[in-house]
Structures are given as structure tokens and as C-alpha cells.
Design a protein around this ligand. Structure first.
Ligand code: SF4
Length: 323
């Protein structure tokens, strides 16, 4: 039987502008991740993907955001009721994260060796020397040809691709069970992007960890993931194994996203796009949140919100057309 590594249940995160006034950024998000699987979390910017990952990682502290409902069960423990120390032990150790922009995650005033050794020693019993050895080994695993030299570098001395490799090495340095990768290759050129994705896949296979891959790029999802969760305006609107989602997308938003992916040799000169934009958090439409952009919208859609329901084998969809 498959084992669940992460269970997110009915997660709600709000952003407060004052004590009484808030907007809901993610609303009732529930999903699970099994050990060793790569799941894609997709949607346009502003759909709540990154807020979901920051809520899971408990990294909202420096923002006006707060998780106001739900559970995040990681390896059987609810992170939302865990102590600060328990969270610090888990984060960077059993669970780690890679961000889109490595330069904003690496400390510019600290050499790579110091940053990596500190991180490793925080989560292991290794001596400084042993931690240094592990850092060099992981840098070489992520394809850095001269790890000893890179360890002595400051972040500004590294190229974009190299910094991203260092970030991956840092995230992997304590053998995480779960890696949350938020647009890990968006800032890189396509060749480096392909190399980094290949590398993540290789490490994932070797170490059997799970990855939650946050991206707006469905091509990356097709390449990397076994399952996909589609978010729109703070809610999950569809979830399915990759093959089913690409072969038979059931939600009009997913259909729009897939139609807008260029296909080699299709001869299509102008790709269709979804009209309009993601609604503002402060003025969510009544009923189905996708209704203002949906060509199938009816009065019922504009009045009542559909639930996320099973529509087939391992496929869930939030649309009145399927209920
Ligand atoms: Fe479109 Fe209605 Fe389905 Fe929403 S519920 S996606 S508006 S058809």
C-alpha cells in the first residue's frame, strides 16, 4: 500500500491588512503526497501556488499572511501545531525548499562553505570537517565540477545556473524526504533549465524523496511529474495523474492551460489563450471563481460554487459541467 508523506487538509491562509480586515489567499486546499512521488502544483501567477508552499513550510512569518484553518500533516505530525523548535528541526532537514531566485535565498555576505556547513550541522551530528566533506560531495553530485573552489566562493561569484545548483545542493544536504521546489528553473535559460530538471529527477530517484513542484509551465510538469494539481484563485480546481490530465482535462481552466502550450509540428501560428485574468483576492467573484473567464458559464455557475468532486479514476474536478 502507498504511504502518505504529506497530507494537507482544508488549508486556509489569509492576508491581513488590519486586525479585522483580511483577504483569503488559499481556501480549503486539500491534497496528499505519497512517498517518492513528484507532484506538480500548477496555475497562473496569483493562483495561490506559492502561498500554499509557504503555508506548508511555515514561512509566512515575515508576511501579513497567516494560516487560519486546516492541517499540514508531515510524517504523521501536524506542522501547524508543532513548536518552533520542531519546525526548525524539520525545515531544512526532513523537508526543504528551493526557490525561483537563488540569489534571494543565498546569503550574499557569506561564503558557500560557511552557509552549507552551518545548514548541515544544524540538522546532523557531523563535525565541521565532516560537514565540509558532505557539502563537497553533494556539490559534485549536482554536477559542480570543482566543488572545493565553489565552496570558497561568495554567491555573487557564481553564474545563475551554478547558484541554482548550489541551492539544490543545500536543499539536498540533509537528505530531505520532501522537497518543495517553487519555480526552480524559471529564471534560467532553457539548456540549464533542462539540466537542472534532469538533475532533480536523478536525485529524486536515487534518494526516493517526494517533490512538490510548483510551476506555471505545463511542459515541465509533463516531463517531471506523475500527478498534477491545478489551482485557480486560491482553490484546487482539478487533480489527476499526468497522463489523464493531459489526455482528458475536465475543468475548462485546465483545458485552457493545456491549449495554450505550444505543440511541436502542430502548425498552429497563434496559440489560444484564456481571456481575462486571475481575479483580485479582494474581489472574488460569487459562485465559480472561473466564471468570468469561462465560455461555458451559466447563471448557476455565477451564483453557486461547485465542489471538488471525483470525476473518474484518481481525477477530481470543480465544475458544474461534471456534477
Ligand atoms: Fe465554467 Fe461553470 Fe465549470 Fe465554472 S462551473 S468552470 S463557470 S462551466
Amino acid at each position: 500500500m502507498s504511504e502518505k508523506l504529506l497530507k494537507v487538509k482544508d488549508l486556509r491562509t489569509e492576508f491581513f491588512s488590519s486586525k479585522k480586515s483580511s483577504v483569503v489567499a488559499i481556501d480549503g486546499v486539500s491534497f496528499e503526497l505519497e512517498k517518492g512521488e513528484i507532484v506538480g502544483l500548477v496555475g497562473e501567477s496569483g493562483c495561490g501556488k506559492s502561498v500554499t508552499s509557504l503555508s506548508i513550510m511555515q514561512l509566512l512569518k515575515d508576511t501579513p499572511g497567516k494560516v487560519t484553518n486546516g492541517e499540514v500533516i508531515f510524517e504523521g505530525k501536524n506542522l501547524l501545531t508543532a513548536t518552533k523548535k520542531e519546525i526548525l528541526d524539520i525545515r531544512g532537514g526532513r523537508m526543504s525548499m528551493i526557490f525561483q531566485e537563488p540569489m534571494s535565498s543565498l546569503n550574499p555576505s557569506m561564503r558557500i562553505d560557511k552557509q552549507m556547513i552551518e545548514g548541515i550541522r544544524l540538522h546532523t551530528d557531523l563535525s565541521k570537517e565532516q560537514a565540509r566533506e558532505r557539502a563537497a560531495k553533494i556539490l559534485s553530485q549536482v554536477g559542480i565540477p570543482d566543488p572545493q573552489r565553489v565552496l570558497k566562493n561568495y554567491p555573487h561569484q557564481l553564474s545563475g545556473g551554478m547558484s541554482q545548483r548550489v541551492m539544490i545542493a543545500m536543499a539536498m544536504s540533509c537528505d530531505p524526504q520532501l522537497l518543495i521546489a517553487d519555480e526552480p528553473t524559471t529564471a534560467l535559460d532553457v539548456t540549464i533549465q533542462a539540466q537542472i530538471l534532469e538533475l532533480m529527477k536523478k536525485i529524486q530517484k536515487e534518494q526516493g524523496m517526494s517533490i512538490l513542484l510548483i510551476t506555471h509551465d505545463l511542459g515541465v510538469v509533463a516531463e517531471m511529474c506523475s500527478r498534477v494539481i491545478v489551482m485557480y484563485a486560491g482553490k484546487i480546481v482539478e487533480e489527476a495523474p499526468v497522463k489523464i490530465l493531459f489526455g482528458n482535462p475536465t475543468h475548462p481552466y485546465t483545458q485552457g492551460l493545456i491549449a495554450s502550450v505550444p505543440k511541436l509540428g502542430s502548425g498552429v501560428k497563434v496559440l489560444p489563450s484564456i481571456p481575462g485574468s486571475v481575479p483580485d483576492l479582494s474581489s472574488m467573484p460569487k459562485g465559480c471563481r472561473f466564471a468570468p473567464r469561462c465560455k461555458y458559464a451559466t447563471d448557476k455557475c455565477r451564483e453557486q460554487e461547485p465542489e471538488l468532486l471525483e470525476v473518474g479514476a484518481m481525477q477530481r474536478c470543480r465544475c458544474w459541467l461534471k456534477q
